[in-house]
Design a binder for this molecule. Structure first.
Ligand code: AMP
Ligand code: MN
Ligand code: MN
Ligand code: MN
Length: 277
């Protein structure tokens, strides 16, 4: 069984319709796919699983802050109809709106024109995020590509890197657990924390009710995988894995394309009695 437990559709910042994402996952040999859009469950309102060979796992990826760091928490096997979870997602989307205004203001202070209206238009009804700003900056010819947009304006430490306003880590874990889901610390290696800080984050996460960490997320070094597997085992956390797939534009990022979990971890799906709703 190949489980890909982290992916994005165009309900957030991915490019594919949920149905098309599921179909692509099937073509890539994935048996079970979690769609985990940023702060929204909208994919599950419009997906038709009746024709899919791939098992769909309902998920979500919440943004939060831990100390001064922006940290993402994935919820797996959630109930998309749960009012607490839906309420949480709505609150996060409101925060995204306020944050978008702040990002636009901060970009203006860097000498850029006011981009807010254009960015809101690109986002449509989706939870607005930095990828929408990046797309606009490319379209407007201000930067040459999305990478440059993040490097110059939106990435870590740049003007558009606004991390406040999110719900707290214990809160988002509570929403996930309340809906019957499993809370997973997403891509722990991406926060560039020291080993000591990462352990403190994982420990706080566990205390809040978190159950697993992503031991594998997309392409990563064997060293990283080994370190994360050890951390999971030492803290008694299960292990998750996923591609964090967003776009079908490059061939190295595909559903199901990531190194296997080490044999000595406890895969998160073995903690579930049923894997899908
Ligand atoms: P936000 O949800 O607004 O914080 O934006 C974070 C999203 O931006 C991530 O989920 C990625 O999809 C995307 N992202 C972050 N860093 C980069 C980067 N350097 N290049 C392209 N996309 C990025
Ligand atoms: Mn994203
Ligand atoms: Mn993420
Ligand atoms: Mn993601």
């Amino acid at each position: 069984m190949i489980y890909d437990l982290h992916s994005h559709s165009n309900a957030s910042d991915g490019s594919l319709e949920p149905d098309a994402l599921l179909a692509l996952a099937g073509e890539c040999g994935v048996d079970a796919l979690a769609i985990t859009d940023h702060d929204t469950l909208a994919a599950f309102d419009r997906i038709d699983t009746s024709v899919s060979p791939v098992r769909l796992i309902a998920g979500i990826e919440f943004s939060t802050t831990w100390r001064k760091y922006g940290v993402h928490i994935v919820g797996l096997n959630v109930d998309p109809a749960c009012p607490v979870l839906r309420g949480g997602a709505e609150r996060q989307q409101q925060s995204r709106h306020l944050r978008a205004r702040l990002i636009a203001r901060r970009l203006r202070s860097k000498g850029l024109p006011d981009v807010l209206d254009d960015v809101l238009q690109i986002a449509g009804g989706e939870p607005i995020g930095r990828p929408h700003f990046a797309e606009h900056l490319v379209r407007a010819g201000i930067v040459k590509d999305v990478r440059a947009a993040f490097r110059k304006y939106l990435g870590a430490g740049k003007a558009g890197d606004v991390r406040n306003g999110w719900a707290s880590l214990p809160e988002v874990v509570r929403w996930i657990v309340c809906s019957g889901g499993t809370a997973v610390l997403a891509h722990p290696a991406r926060y560039r924390l020291t080993k000591t800080k990462l352990r403190a984050l994982a420990t706080d996460f566990r205390t809040a009710g978190g159950a697993a960490i992503e031991v594998v997320c997309g392409q990563q070094s064997l060293n990283t995988t080994t370190h994360l597997a050890r951390l999971a085992n030492e803290l008694g956390l299960a292990a998750s894995c996923g591609s964090d797939f967003h776009h079908d534009s490059n061939c190295w990022s595909r559903p199901g394309r990531f190194p296997s979990l080490p044999l000595d971890v406890k895969p998160v799906w073995t903690t579930w009695q049923t894997c899908s709703r």
